[in-house]
Design a protein around this ligand. Structure first.
Ligand code: NAG
Ligand code: NAG
Length: 270
């Protein structure tokens, strides 16, 4: 309706701040491209795992989570991008509203996670238990568990005896596996100056007590190590949370400013 009027007024004063408008545009565009990337990674992971039945043992497939997050992000950032470019109030309002919803959801999850940390820990423990049970069935799970144990210098969830959850490492006496009572190599403490890597260093450690096991492997469970890690990296955890929240808050505030500026513009024209 005000297209022609806008053109007539093109060279006169405008209520819409071009800096805010283009900043919101570029900022949304950046995250819009990023969302496409997330969807692509999710689809790639999903296609690669199309014939895998192990994934069905998990309640939620990580690839599906990526795709859902990417698609939601795609639509939100699309609204912000086109809304800012075309000064479209409806798209900007959709952008602002969805971003507020996402922000509040994350805030709720963070607060619930803080007050129900024991339950969160149990839920994570269930996930790790499944990863241990299926350690040998899925290369991704194997890599994930190996990475966690090496990075956090830990073994199992509660402690190294958790590896009995896995068929191969189960410590019952009639288990025919050659790895009976053992733990994976990723539990092993590196021996300085060792010429040949001893991949069998985890064999039989489940029968040893804490002090004996401590000589060859990381005896502490990953749950305790994760808590220690968070406590010693509170600053990093806070910075990450802020890094997630700040762009969202900026998007909400900037789109609200732009909406009110466009509305001022319209009323000035009418
Ligand atoms: C390992 O954890 C289990 C379960 O929490 C516990 O029963 C067991 O005593 C622990 N073993 C060692 C050696 O710490
Ligand atoms: C080990 O295997 C036995 C026999 O299959 C089973 O009864 C036991 O629960 C397993 N141990 C663990 C810790 O899952």
């Amino acid at each position: 309706m005000d297209r022609k009027l806008n053109l007539d007024r093109a060279e006169t004063f405008s209520f819409v701040n071009p800096w805010i408008r283009y900043f919101l545009f570029f900022f949304s565009f950046l995250f819009w491209v990023f969302s496409l990337l997330i969807v692509a990674i999710g689809v790639y992971a999903k296609v690669q795992k199309a014939t895998d039945t192990v994934r069905d043992t998990f309640l939620i497939d990580p690839a599906v989570i990526l795709i859902v997050v990417g698609v939601v992000m795609f639509f939100i950032t699309f609204c912000g991008c086109i809304g800012a470019l075309r000064e479209n109030i409806r798209l900007l309002k959709t952008f602002s509203f969805s971003l507020t919803l996402v922000f509040l959801t994350q805030l709720a999850i963070a607060i619930l996670g803080f007050f129900y940390s024991d339950q969160a820990r149990d839920a994570l423990g269930k996930f790790v238990k499944k990863a241990i049970v299926h350690y040998r069935d899925d290369l991704d799970l194997q890599n994930l568990m190996d990475y966690i144990q090496k990075e956090f210098k830990c073994c199992g969830w509660n402690n190294y005896t958790d590896w009995s959850w896995n068929l191969y490492f189960n410590c019952t006496h009639d288990n025919p596996s050659s790895e009976r009572c053992g733990v994976p190599y990723s539990c092993c403490t590196p021996v300085p100056g060792e010429a040949v890597i001893n991949t069998m260093c985890g064999f039989g450690v489940q029968t040893q007590n804490f002090m004996e096991a401590n000589k060859s492997i990381y005896p502490v469970g990953c749950a305790d190590k994760a808590v220690m890690w968070i406590e010693s990296h509170l600053l990093l955890v806070g910075a990450l949370a802020l890094g997630l929240a700040l762009p969202q808050i900026a998007g909400i505030v900037l789109s609200q400013i732009l909406i009110s500026q466009i509305q001022d513009e319209i009323t000035s024209v009418l």
